[in-house]
Design a protein around this ligand. Sequence first.
Ligand SMILES: NC(=O)C1=CN([C@@H]2O[C@H](COP(=O)(O)OP(=O)(O)OC[C@H]3O[C@@H](n4cnc5c(N)ncnc54)[C@H](O)[C@@H]3O)[C@@H](O)[C@H]2O)C=CC1
Ligand SMILES: O=C([O-])C1=[NH+]CCC1
Length: 327
Amino acid sequence: MADQPVFLSNDVVARFLSYDELIPRLEEVLGKFSRGNSSDVVQPVRCVIPIHNHSGFLGLMPAYIAHEDTLCTKMVAFYRREENVNLPSTQATVLLFNPEYGNVTAVMDGLDITHKRTAAVSAISAKVMDGLDITHKRTAAVSAISAKLLMPAQSDVLCILGCGHQAVSHYEIFTKLFSFKEVRVCSRRLETAERFAAGVQGPVKVLSSAKEAVHGADIIITVTNSSKPVLFGEWVKPGAHIVAVGACRPDWRELDDVLMRDAVIYVDSREGAAVESGDIILSGAEVFAELGEVLNGTRPALRNKTTVFKSLGKFFPLRTGKIRFKE
Ligand SMILES: NC(=O)C1=CN([C@@H]2O[C@H](COP(=O)(O)OP(=O)(O)OC[C@H]3O[C@@H](n4cnc5c(N)ncnc54)[C@H](O)[C@@H]3O)[C@@H](O)[C@H]2O)C=CC1
Ligand SMILES: O=C([O-])C1=[NH+]CCC1
């Protein structure tokens, strides 16, 4: 009989993941995904069902990488929370499988469970993070990869629009990897931005107007749960790089038509963008490249142009080794 799956609580998984390992691992899988070898990397556009009563969605994101025999799925619930800011906008759980037997070997994150057994997790070569952190750190790491490839060579000013969970992980990784002379934030409510600024380590300038906040910025990250544009092309410095993380539904927007049509558009998955991104679908903007294509050298990184990376959150499987449990 198969072992029972282990529950990896937030604390446990948090210990197993560092950005230093996450970034190269994501670069590797983004590249592999964009080579389009579907018999190696199987990762369809996620299946999303509406949670009508709660203005939410549940997305199922299965993935299999044949050459390393990794089978997993992420399940993510996400919500439009413009009115009720006291509820989480995203919750995620990841299941790892034994690919040969089909049984679940680990359930990760989003679970506040103190399991009686001690989980001795051996040989997890690309580590895992806690539930929310899997989503937050993975998303921020892919955004950072886009910035490595696409932001102007001289980038002094970072601006973050939206001051929730993703803003924290994005701030964390962007200030770790790059050095900015100024970091600005703006959120729908001033007090949220002030709380954010007080909570992070390092100087942050809080602005009450998004237009002022993005003025002259070299890199702008939109991490809002808005369904209407929060960033307008006429505000944006030519040549800036925009990382658009929110608006993951076909009728949700963070960026306006002007920006979408003027910028060169990069995505994590063309297929996903065509189905899920309101910014792309409703503006009619053309996708220029997947990040993986840039990493593979098959499409160029047009750093001198205004660029948008539209992130939708493909879940790229973690590489896992054997998981062993001790009583
Ligand atoms: N692309 C991806 O891979 C992923 C995308 N997401 C999306 O990222 C977005 C942010 O997620 P979280 O940080 O977890 O949400 P959150 O709820 O923690 O934070 C959202 C922030 O946006 C702010 N906001 C809302 N409307 C705004 C507006 N009009 N102008 C400025 N700020 C505004 C809110 O006040 C809040 O500070 C959500 O839309 C979520 O669905 C989440 C996970 C992965
Ligand atoms: O990949 C992800 O976790 C999500 N994408 C959109 C909302 C959450």
